[in-house]
Design a protein around this ligand. Structure first.
Ligand code: SF4
Ligand code: SF4
Length: 158
């Protein structure tokens, strides 16, 4: 952000006191949280797949039912200041998780760059790396498990 000092509100205001606008702006729009996750029954380890919820617009990288998402997907988590520290399964780059744990935002985060496209331009969006649940047999979901750094890599599914 050139020309004026950034208001690094996420570093000076406690999460519970952020305005709704500030809270929403923390989301980097990566869409990684819309990917199916699987948990190992024995170790409880959580792994990501490259299969996403059918309500994600795969081109725009936006939820098509955002305001009513819990009506359509009851387990779609609404991140709040209260639960932000408990969401261990969220991607490690999730800004809510980082800020809740007192960690800095990545340099590619739109609040750092001033460019809303910087998540995608830096290769940190799930867009282009995922397929919709509508296109697979969900009984085969284990075939779609990806590595921990899959969403940080620059590659495409097509
Ligand atoms: S993982 Fe976090 S930062 Fe990324 S889209 Fe989901 S809520 Fe937003
Ligand atoms: S309902 Fe929307 S926000 Fe929730 S997982 Fe699906 S696409 Fe993502």
């Amino acid at each position: 952000m050139k020309g004026k000092e950034k208001d690094r509100f996420w570093e000076r205001i406690p999460m519970q006191e952020l305005s709704e606008k500030q809270w929403e702006s923390l989301c980097d729009g990566c869409c990684k949280c819309c990917a199916y996750k699987l948990q190992d029954e024995d170790t409880e380890e959580m792994v990501f797949t490259n299969v996403v919820c059918k309500y994600l617009d795969l081109e725009a990288g936006r939820c098509t039912v955002y305001d009513e998402r819990q009506k359509y997907v009851p387990d779609c988590i609404k991140v709040t200041p209260q639960n932000a520290t408990e969401l261990e399964w969220m991607p490690n780059t999730c800004a809510y998780k980082l800020v809740a744990n007192g960690e800095p935002l990545p340099l590619w985060h739109p609040l750092e760059t001033g460019d809303p496209r910087s998540t995608m331009l830096s290769g940190n969006s799930a867009v282009g790396k995922v397929i919709s649940e509508d296109t697979i047999d969900l009984d085969d979901i284990e075939d779609y498990v990806v590595s921990d750094d899959y969403f940080e890599q620059v590659h495409k599914t097509d």
